[in-house]
Design a protein around this ligand. Structure first.
Ligand code: ZN
Ligand code: ZN
Ligand code: FE
Length: 749
């Protein structure tokens, strides 16, 4: 058999996941001679083999790839002959300005948990890791991924770690964060000015403090978290007060899946998300409550399983079943990553601060997902998910999309990949805005990115728009809901025209009104607005988001005028005469009363009207509470008037009648949700009749509503539509930058 020299390029998530030793092992097994090396743009293999062996080599690479890797492409070609005498891993070289994928952080693997019990230098050592697990994105400062370019560069490997690191047959071969108790990072417990250094003593103290109901700030992979016993009501209530967080549910970390099943229902798809290497927070149906203050009246619970060695050690050493683990920050600021800042700021609101001496370079929060129709859907995309890219049809090199405002993520284009940043947060917060601009700079360096074109929203007040305007590059501004739909199309690689349904809170429309229930016929180039929910005046403008009762009054006013005062509705009783007169005046004289077609506002209004949530204490509380009470046995809906401007006047009258007849609220909520599903299905069907388009893209924050999404998808699919909704990119504004970027690429073409 004649042997030729081939070069094989593997691209995708192939660095920092044990890929080169994996190639070495299969090359040895198949007796292939050659070399493998990391390049900026992927992994390059050179080898001597026959055409037949080439096929089986590539097949084996695909079939046996390491668990944390994700191959997007394997390309090969014959090259000038080189005679190899063995198979070697050669040192990384920077060869081009394109970059390969950077691995997200990976939960500690089972082999390492086992080593933590048996390896002398790693007994209970909480920074254990290997090529299959451990920190990645959070510690990477530059590419290629080598120890000197991570925050591990401060730690000099001991001889034992070094021998593992250089032993090709070892699981820690070239594991950049490799460490042991002799040479690696260490925890430090800070209590009332005292510091504990002994690692075993720290673990004992930590579990004792938590079991005593104390609150401890703990440094995680991507930032600090506040922890307390999730079954200790006094501790959880105290944490709420200290964090100044009145009602937004906390997430819990539970010891293991069996324990979690005592508290929540977990189906197969949910179990898969919970136990995946990404270890997100998964929203589950609660069966037994944790301490009541954990989720204050919600029947869903955000739960995750341990992902750092410390988490396992903590549950092993204590009788704790679950701990609250919430972002270490003051209200809505970004989570703290710096040790000194954590001791200074979180020290005041906790009984102890647990730090460690490895720096976090890229801040990540816990990611949040839920399962709808048996598929994982992401709400907050950060640890474990970022910065995995989305493949794009067009070359998007040099495009920066600056995102939205409230739930910001930005997106950069590299070749045929869109790289969405980790969850940034609400830009109106000054610290978050700093995090935003810093992260853009970090991405520029890390991904060798220089913007040539900037894409932003149309809203003149968004800080992401002002930022875009401040860059001296061509700027394209994109309508908010067009970007939502484009994001969904880009996630699924759709380019043909679709019926785009954006159910959302707010976004500036072309007519100057607030949009947010849009039925588009659109592609990446542009859109035609076919229909939307009827405009509703929002008395008080921005105030309606925290005071849904205003929207409820406005909605009733559109049906009853000032006679609404006569209605015997409980929520009206809480409002005084002056309040109502003020709203009437605002609507009648059009004072600070913008018009909105936002679907979120309709949910707000109904939630307030039935007196469930007249005042909202956190973003989307009113719709979340409304969804939370649905009676799932109810199939009826209310009436609406279809058309270019969909009217819910009949529904409002029917809801009022149901309230006056003292119908149960879960029934009203179910009928309401069913009405929205009907309105969507009806409108999509009539657009289909006019256009013959069968592909539907659903996007916008309102589709975080599980009932709405599941029923809309199921109904549309039954009617023969091809329905796409968001899976790995958020449906909320956190996904919008991807849509902006792809629209930008299309317009630039
Ligand atoms: Zn491991
Ligand atoms: Zn060591
Ligand atoms: Fe939006």
């Amino acid at each position: 058999m004649t042997s030729k020299t081939y070069q094989i390029r593997v691209t995708g998530l192939v660095q920092g996941v044990g890929f080169r030793p994996f190639i070495w092992r299969i090359a040895s097994r198949l007796d292939i001679k050659g070399s493998v090396e990391n390049r900026n743009d992927g992994v390059l293999i050179l080898c001597n083999l026959s055409e037949n062996t080439l096929k089986s080599f590539i097949e084996t690479i695909r079939n046996e790839a390491p668990p944390a890797s994700n191959i997007t492409d394997i390309a090969f070609s014959e090259t000038d002959h080189i005679e190899f005498s063995d198979f070697q891993i050669v040192k990384s070289t920077s060869v081009s300005e394109s970059v390969t994928d950077i691995s997200p952080d990976i939960a500690v693997c089972a082999d390492c948990l086992e080593d933590m019990k048996t390896q002398p230098n790693r007994i209970n050592y909480p920074f254990i890791n290997c090529t299959n697990c451990g920190p990645r994105f959070t510690i990477i400062m530059d590419l290629p991924y080598d120890r000197e370019k991570t925050t591990m560069r401060e730690f000099k490997m001991c001889p034992e770690c070094h021998s593992e690191y250089t032993d090709i047959s070892d699981r820690r071969f070239h594991a950049q964060p490799v460490a042991c108790s002799v040479c690696g990072p260490e925890y430090l417990l800070n209590t009332d000015g005292k510091q504990t250094e002994d690692q075993q003593e720290i673990l004992l103290q930590l579990s004792r403090l938590l079991q005593e109901g104390k609150i401890v700030a703990v440094k995680g992979l991507g930032g600090f978290f506040m922890a307390c016993d999730a079954l200790n009501e006094a501790a959880v209530a105290k944490l709420r007060t200290l964090k100044n967080r009145e009602a937004k549910p906390f997430a819990v970390m539970v010891a293991d899946i069996e324990t979690l099943r005592q508290f929540a229902f977990v189906n197969d798809a949910e179990k898969q998300s919970l136990t995946s290497l990404k270890r997100p927070i998964v929203l589950l149906k609660q069966e037994e409550p944790f301490a009541p203050s954990v989720n204050v009246g919600f029947h869903t619970i955000g739960a995750m399983l341990p992902y750092m060695p410390l988490h396992y050690l903590l549950f092993e050493m204590s009788a704790l079943k679950a701990i609250v683990l919430t972002s270490g920050n003051i209200s809505e600021e970004p989570i703290i990553i710096d040790n000194a800042e954590a001791i200074h700021t979180l020290g005041n609101i906790s009984d102890a601060v647990l730090t460690y001496n490895r720096d976090i370079h890229n801040r990540t929060d816990d990611s949040v997902v839920t399962v709808m129709n048996n598929t994982e859907r992401i709400f907050r995309r950060s640890r474990g998910y970022a910065p995995v890219p989305v493949k794009t049809l067009r070359n998007v090199e040099g495009i920066l999309a600056t995102g939205a405002e409230l739930v910001n993520c930005f997106c950069i284009g590299k070749g045929h990949q869109a790289i969405l940043s980790q969850h940034i947060g609400d830009l109106k917060n000054m610290e978050t805005y700093e995090f935003y601009t810093e992260t853009i700079e970090k991405f520029k360096k890390l991904f060798r990115f220089e913007p040539r074109l900037v894409v932003a929203d149309m809203h003149p007040d968004y800080l992401s728009v002002r930022y875009a305007q401040s860059i001296d590059k061509p700027l394209i501004q994109v309508q908010h809901h067009h970007a939502h739909i484009a994001s969904c199309m880009a996630e699924h690689g759709i380019h043909e025209p679709v019926i785009g349904v954006a159910m959302d809170g707010t976004g500036l429309g072309d007519d100057g009104n607030i949009w947010g229930s849009e039925f588009f016929v659109c592609d990446m180039q542009g859109y035609e607005r076919r229909s939307h929910f009827e405009y509703l005046p929002l008395p008080g403008g921005d105030k309606v988001t925290s005071e849904p009762w205003r929207t409820a009054v406005s909605m009733l006013y559109s049906n009853y005028g000032q006679a609404l005062t006569e209605l015997e509705l409980p929520f009206l009783k809480a409002l005084n005469h002056q309040n109502l007169q003020m709203i009437y005046a605002a609507i009648e004289q059009n004072i600070n009363t913008p018009l909105s077609s936002g679907a979120g506002r309709v949910f707000d209004a109904v939630s307030a009207m039935i007196n469930l949530c007249p005042l909202s204490r956190f973003h989307a509380e009113a719709p979340m509470r409304l969804e939370g009470i649905i009676d799932h046995s109810v199939t009826q809906s209310y009436d609406f008037i279809p058309g270019g401007s969909i009217s819910f006047h009949p529904m409002i009258t029917q809801i009022v009648n149901d309230l006056l007849n003292r119908k149960p609220l879960p029934l009203i909520s179910a009928r309401f949700h069913n009405t929205i599903v009907e309105a969507i299905v009806h409108t999509v069907s009539s657009i289909h009749r006019e256009t013959s388009i069968r592909t539907v893209a659903l996007s916008g924050g309102t589709f975080q509503n599980k009932y709405l999404t599941e029923h809309t998808e199921t109904r549309l699919r039954k009617l023969g539509f091809k329905v796409y909704s968001h899976h790995s990119i958020p449906a909320n504004d956190g996904g919008i930058a991807l849509g902006q970027l792809t629209i930008g690429a299309e317009k630039m073409k």
